[in-house]
Design a protein around this ligand. Structure first.
Ligand code: 0PR
Length: 393
């Protein structure tokens, strides 16, 4: 109910703080399955200072328009694209919807319902995009390590296929699809290929720099048409910050709509949202400029070292094991004795905010920067106890 008379600031804060006691805080280390984290402090500062700016009105906020272009260029640098066409978005969901829209609007004439083919490990936002855009999402098989199977994918191509979606850093296991092989298929059939690197976009380039792993996943693969990558995940920007980059201008044009009553840069929009916070874009710019490649490399190294801490703890528990050797800072944990549901119930009672994945049925750990060695050890102390306590019949 909206009160008739306003409350004092003090009353408002006191009531709000009471309500927010139920929120987990990143500082506690408890959200161990979140892809967000504490934004870098420079990002928070810029965000608060620029809170009233609207990126849906880039004619009014011309400086912000320039900053957005520079953000796209910096992300292009990470994704091996010198001349990127693209836009910032509110996150991975919006980017996937826009990438699918670009494929739909670029399609040659087809008779039936347009189809997008994707390994079954794609994020649920790809299902959402297909649902919104009237597209049939055809899901294909994965190998033993949950990477998309190119042969299974190629077999599903029909005259109604309008594009292929893949993932670099899957939500459940952090796995990377064989983008190079799938890129060849996309080229052979002249189909647009989207890579959802919402999570992996700020991880995979640095795994390479660190000599940990080398994956071709973005525009260095010829067949790739578009890549999404989220600053508000491993990019350490405040929410909502996503991005979608295209290799060619024609695809960008397919998602651009005229807004005839507005002037200059405001007279077209390439996002789903109209009014949208420029603050998140400006904060992304500040965080990226401030950290540089070196700063991100250090963060990824720390997350990978903490992933090792988690793996070492897992090895000590004979009843738990990782579903696959982790590719990045995401681990899916399988339990051999006690059911995942039981473990989740007991861990939630202990105050952990748990997440599971269906296939393979695992407990999901995302080792973000706030999930430090201390938080991990506290988590595993509880997990060891719960996973080795067989429930009574
Ligand atoms: N792509 C991948 C690979 C993702 O993991 C996520 C987020 C997205 C796209 C969507 O990103 P946004 O949340 O920025 O739109 N996955 C998160 C997770 O599973 C959050 C999430 C979960 C978002 C379910 C949407 C959703 O329906 O932790």
């Amino acid at each position: 109910m909206l009160n008739e008379q306003g409350l004092s600031e003090e009353q408002v804060f006191s009531r709000l703080n009471e309500l927010l006691k139920n929120d987990a805080t990143y500082r506690s280390g408890h959200p161990v399955a979140s892809m967000s984290t504490i934004p870098h402090s420079i990002g928070s500062k810029v965000f608060f200072k620029t809170i009233e700016k609207n990126a849906g009105r880039l004619h009014t906020f011309k400086g912000s328009a320039q900053v957005e272009r520079e953000v796209i260029e910096m992300i292009g640098d990470l994704l091996s694209l010198d001349e990127p066409y693209g836009t910032t978005t509110s996150g991975g969901t919006e980017s996937n919807i826009l990438a699918m829209l670009a494929a739909r609007e670029s399609k040659r004439k087809i008779k039936g319902t347009p189809e997008i083919i994707a390994p079954k490990t794609v994020h649920s936002s790809v299902d959402k995009a297909a649902w919104l855009l009237g597209i049939k999402l055809v899901k294909t098989g994965v190998d033993k390590e949950f990477r998309g199977n190119p042969t299974s994918l190629e077999k599903k191509i029909t005259s109604n296929t309008i594009g292929i979606f893949t993932t670099a850093g899957t939500t459940y296991l952090g796995q990377i699809d064989p983008i190079e092989k799938i890129g060849e298929i996309a080229e052979d059939y002249n189909l647009p290929l989207h890579v959802d690197a919402a999570f992996g976009g700020y991880v995979i380039p640095f795994l390479k720099d660190l000599g940990i792993a080398f994956h071709k996943f973005a525009f260095e693969v010829d067949g790739v048409t578009s890549v999404s990558s989220d600053p508000h995940k491993m990019g350490l920007a405040p929410i909502p910050a996503g991005s979608l980059l295209f290799r060619e201008k024609t695809f960008m044009k397919k998602i651009t709509k005229d807004i005839p009553y507005l002037q200059g840069a405001s007279s077209t929009q390439s996002t789903i949202l109209g009014t949208r916070p420029a603050g998140a874009i400006l904060a992304t710019w500040a965080v990226m400029k401030h950290l540089g490649k070196e700063g991100y490399r250090d963060i990824v190294l720390e997350c990978m070292e903490n992933t090792r801490v988690a793996l070492d703890r897992l090895e000590l528990n004979p009843l738990l094991k990782p579903a696959i050797p982790p590719v990045m800072n995401i681990i899916g944990i399988e339990s051999t004795e006690v059911t995942i549901d039981y473990i989740v119930e007991k861990m939630e009672q202990k105050g952990w905010r748990m997440a599971t994945s269906p296939k393979p049925h695992t407990i999901r750990l995302v080792i973000m920067p706030h999930v430090n060695a201390g938080a991990l050890n506290a988590f595993f102390n509880d997990l060891d106890q719960v996973s080795t306590t067989i429930p009574a019949d």
